[in-house]
Design a binder for this molecule. Structure first.
Ligand code: ZN
Length: 113
């Protein structure tokens, strides 16, 4: 088990999990149940929901995939999945081509460097 992503909230954690599963990477969300119940406890990496992969051998692929997700990109097969605005971090439904909050365009997959 390796932690590959720390999410800001459970919704994001589960979205990353579904992204990874599209790629055939089995994963698990941890800590989501604690979210919002820790009154007065500072938010740290330990209290935020996180995504873990089950197979350590898939770590490199998982990290690569998540880094694209964080740039608001995705492989063509992920275009039907939710995406994340590179500017404000808002999570967008797949049908939107730009951010409804700040207007930033979705980054096309071919811009991956
Ligand atoms: Zn935005």
């Amino acid at each position: 088990m390796k932690r590959v992503y720390i999410a800001k909230h459970p919704t994001e954690a589960y979205m990353v999990k579904s992204f990874l599963e599209t790629e055939g990477i089995a994963s698990e969300v941890r800590g989501a149940a604690l979210f919002g119940t820790l009154g007065g406890v500072p938010i740290t990496e330990e209290t935020l929901p996180s995504v873990w992969i089950l197979e350590d051998s898939q770590l490199e692929r998982a990290i690569d995939f998540i880094s694209r997700y964080e740039k608001g990109q995705g492989p063509p097969e992920a275009m039907g999945l939710p995406w994340k605005c590179i500017k404000c971090g808002e999570i967008m439904e797949p049908q939107f081509t730009s951010c409804w909050r700040c207007g930033t365009d979705r980054q096309p997959a071919e811009k991956i460097e």
